[in-house]
Write a protein that binds this ligand. Structure first.
Ligand code: GLC
Length: 436
């Protein structure tokens, strides 16, 4: 079984390779996505390390002068199957955004530090990688600097997002309450036409009311050159996301490790790291839920919701052993209740939807992150279920973007959800099968 999966995964990465980068999937996502690229770079490293390097080079060719690494890099201006496309983002309202490639105006999870460390651990003596790592290191540091400078209004070591798309968990019910705070005046909203629902099943995609709110926040960013102070001062949506901060912390640590390896200075990184970990545990752990939560800076309160982002701090070594035990117990309970791990949202909430985009399904790259974290804390049994559940889903249903989480439904299913022949699904499977 595994040999076939490896072969299939390899073919998908080759199929989705364009001139220097990998698209997540044909049609639905025809450009380069930020955190997808990180996972994909790991996948390529099993067959062609040059592609892993090229993937990251292409991503960072879109880095802004302020340090931001955008969530989409529009290497081609000819594709017209995606909204919002480069012209709608109009990222050159910011003087430091590159003219070419065009990019979006928001960011995505900070995966690059830990991806680079992972590549270096896999290929410690590769000369091309060593040379590239030295080139990339300061660029990643600059990106973290951007997050701590432009997105941490209280200077507490926790970055905030002003658009749900930055979180990578685009339309999790987690964001509903904060998004509903936005009053939509249709006359003031720019005219737009969605493209996703003509490619993917509308029942698996966000609703049009949600889309209006996404466009509203995009517009707010654009009016403020995507980095103006008014964004953190005025945005009705301003959230310290558990996963964004956990991955930033993980990447800080990786950069510190890389700095040690190369003899680079890491004083600034260590300072960020100490403050971030302390604030993270003080502010985001919820003792009633026994899980980490996000913090809504507009409402000045924790968002007391159980969702997959609240488990990811285990990947960054943030929880104590006791806290990590709670996270593992939460997953084991779901396993015993006949769910595939890891459902992306609280299965007991009325907002849980096992089919719709981020509102309950299983996401391959999330299993990868959580598997690694559980292994680090020696929760081998839970880790192995997280790994084998994903392998079973992909083997039975194919390399889809995401998957049904209820076992009773999967029994009679013949395919997964969202895009097909998906790059991060291929990469996650490859790394889960091939790495220890
Ligand atoms: C969706 C996902 C996001 C991902 C993108 C490309 O927007 O929510 O996390 O990066 O698709 O795969």
């Amino acid at each position: 079984m595994n040999t076939n999966l490896i072969e299939a995964a390899k073919n998908i990465l080759e199929l989705n390779w364009r001139d220097g980068f990998t698209i997540p999937t044909n049609k639905l996502y025809p450009f380069q996505w930020n955190w997808d690229s990180g996972f994909v770079s790991l996948g390529h490293s099993y067959f062609n390390l040059n592609k892993s390097i090229q993937e990251l080079k292409s991503l960072f060719s879109g880095q802004w002068e302020n340090g931001m690494v955008p969530h989409i890099i529009f290497h081609s201006e000819k594709e017209d199957t995606y909204f919002p496309n480069f012209d709608f983002w109009d990222s050159n309202v910011n003087k430091g955004a590159p003219q070419k490639p065009k990019t979006s105006g928001i960011t995505q999870p900070a995966v690059h530090g830990f991806v680079l460390e992972n590549l270096l651990n896999k290929h410690p003596d590769n000369k091309d990688l060593l040379a590239y790592a030295k080139d990339l290191f300061p660029k990643i540091v600059k990106y973290h600097q951007f997050l701590y400078t432009y997105r941490d209004p209280h200077r507490e070591g926790l970055m905030a997002i002003f658009h749900p798309w930055e979180s990578g968990r685009d339309n999790s019910p987690l964001w509903d309450e904060s998004l509903n705070r936005i009053t939509i005046d249709r006359d003031k909203l720019p005219a737009y036409t969605r493209r996703d629902t003509s490619i993917a099943d509308a029942s698996e995609r966000p609703t049009s009311d949600q889309y209006d709110r996404y466009v509203y926040l995009l517009q707010l960013g654009k009016l403020n050159q995507y980095d103006g102070p008014a964004i953190v001062e005025e945005s009705p949506f301003l959230i310290q996301d558990s996963m964004m901060n956990a991955l930033l912390i993980k990447s800080n640590q990786s950069l510190i490790n890389i700095a040690d390896r190369f003899g680079f200075d890491s004083a600034q990184l260590k300072e960020w790291q100490q403050q971030s970990i302390r604030s993270f545990n003080d502010k985001l752990w919820n003792e009633d839920l026994k899980m980490y939560t996000c913090y809504d800076l507009r409402d000045e309160k924790q968002m007391a919701v159980k969702e997959i982002g609240g488990i990811t701090p285990i990947f960054a070594g943030i929880p104590s052993v006791q806290q990590a035990q709670h996270l593992s117990d939460y997953l084991m309970d779901l396993h015993n209740r006949d769910y595939y791990l890891c459902p992306s949202f609280d299965v007991d909430s009325p907002l849980f939807d096992s089919k719709r985009y981020w509102r309950g399904p299983v996401w391959p790259q999330m299993n990868w992150l959580i598997y690694k974290g559980l292994m680090d804390y020696n929760f081998f049994e839970t880790a192995n279920i997280v790994k084998s559940d994903l392998i079973e889903l992909v083997d039975k249903l194919g390399f889809y973007e995401y998957f049904e989480s209820r076992k009773s439904v999967v029994k009679n299913a013949s395919k997964g959800y969202g895009g097909e022949l998906f790059s991060w699904t291929a990469s996650s499977i490859l790394d889960l099968i091939k790495s220890k």
